[in-house]
Design a binder for this molecule. Structure first.
Ligand SMILES: [Zn+2]
Length: 435
């Protein structure tokens, strides 16, 4: 046997195939193969079949030593010798290649792992396999869907996080489309993605879940969106609702931003520019005061002195800090005192944006304090959001929500990836000892 062919066969590791020829080009390796089957019975009548002819079938396999691999399978066509048998002719199949597939199953599984587990762009994986985008995406759907649908993937959930992400940003034809991530806060994984962020979208999702599964959920953590509060009713009314700290602080941060932009505009007549005093401190304003060093404090103070003539932004900054104060303590009673103080302070302020912040806090008072009662937080959700962003970056503008959902869940949904088949054993000669 040609040594190269022998090696290629050992490397190929596809049971039931033998290598007929190997053609190595700088960028591509072509391996001609056939099955090791020598005879076959007719699947209809069982009579021993006769060889009819061969079909040449091109399949892509995993790259090898940096080269793309093309398998040329000389596929046998059999003929039933019984003239009365309806079977007539048929072509052989293989457990390694689905009928009419462009990729071997192992190449499809590996492509799914790269797109899912590693969040690689489909186009990159497609280029590596020398196939088109759709071939890879179809493989991801074929191999990935059972992994995502696996009932063992989700299991019981005690604390559910609900979090919004943008799915498709706005352009001339559409406004921003949103998706809602459902997160198991205990196990820190995304259990599902829901298209949309309206109460009705969430309610539809809840209605589709097993009531017994919903019953196990003790805590629901969301941001301060009325749609999420409304959308989880009535299915999750038994759970304790928590407004998670990250989002509570974000609402306060947004208030600071809003006041900064308005004051900026009113004093200088234009949007923030590089050298404007308020624009220069826009990030410092959002930092927790305990995280500012002396220099940061000085810069913050200077910016406010220069750019905030009526202390409106200073007021928003203090309001924001009073909201953050709520999380200085783990004690529910102390937290209630601090939150009441923040709400009262905001609602009595002269600045409209700050009063509105006070109203929002007031509406979510119970849920905000539930954080201290349950210790639940959406911290993990935000971590998961980072994963979602990674998938989005890899996808560069999804157009299909189903593909988006599949890829997010493959990446961050706690999928159990099948074990890679062990590589074929390559026998080597032991070195000869020349004594
Ligand atoms: Zn037959």
């Amino acid at each position: 046997m040609d040594d190269a062919i022998g090696h290629a066969e050992a490397m190929l590791g596809l049971d039931g195939f033998r290598v007929l020829d190997v053609d190595r080009k700088p960028a591509e390796m072509t391996v001609t193969i056939e099955t090791t089957v020598d005879f076959a019975g007719c699947p209809t009548c069982g009579v021993r079949a006769e060889a009819q002819d061969r079909l040449r079938v091109d399949i892509r396999d995993l790259p090898c030593f940096g080269r793309t691999v093309r398998l040329v399978w000389l596929k046998r066509r059999w003929r039933c010798v019984d003239a009365d048998c309806p079977a007539r002719t048929w072509t052989e199949g293989s457990e390694h290649v689905a009928p009419r597939a462009v990729l071997t199953l192992r190449a499809g599984a590996e492509a799914t792992r790269q797109v899912g587990e590693l969040a690689m762009p489909v186009a990159v994986v497609a280029r590596e396999l020398a196939v088109c985008w759709w071939t890879v995406m179809n493989a991801v759907v074929l191999h990935g869907t059972p992994l995502v649908d696996d009932p063992k993937r989700v299991g019981k959930v005690k604390a559910l996080g609900i979090d919004e992400t943008s799915f498709l940003s706005a352009n001339r034809e559409r406004s921003t489309l949103y998706a809602t991530g459902m997160v198991d806060l205990t196990r820190r994984k995304i259990i599902d993605m829901v298209e949309g962020n309206a109460a009705s979208d969430l309610r539809r999702w809840c209605a589709a879940q097993d009531p017994a599964w919903l019953e196990d959920i003790r805590v629901v953590a969301t941001d301060l969106a009325e749609s999420y509060r409304a959308g989880t009713a009535p299915h999750l009314d038994h759970a304790i609702r928590v407004a998670d700290p990250f989002h509570v602080v974000r609402v306060a941060n947004r208030c600071v931003d809003r006041v900064r932009r308005r004051v900026q505009n009113e004093t200088l007549g234009h949007r923030g520019r590089k050298h404007d005093p308020l624009y220069r401190i826009r990030k410092l304003l959002l930092k927790g005061t305990e995280r500012l060093d002396q220099r940061g404090h000085d810069r913050l103070l200077l910016g406010l002195r220069l750019g905030d003539p009526h202390d409106e932004l200073l007021g928003a900054w203090l309001a924001k800090e009073s909201v953050r104060d709520v999380y200085l303590t783990d004690d529910p009673k102390d937290a209630a005192v601090l939150l009441n103080k923040a709400i009262a302070g905001c609602r009595s302020d002269d600045v409209e944006e700050i009063r509105s912040l006070g109203d929002t806090l007031h509406r979510w008072r119970k849920e905000i304090l539930n954080h201290h009662r349950t210790g639940a937080s959406n911290g993990p959700t935000e971590g998961q959001n980072f994963c979602v962003k990674q998938v989005k970056r890899a996808g560069r503008g999804f157009t299909s929500f189903e593909h988006y959902r599949l890829r997010v869940l493959l990446h961050a949904g706690g999928v159990t990836w099948p074990q890679r088949p062990s590589p074929p054993r390559i026998r080597t000669r032991s070195p000869q000892l020349n004594a």
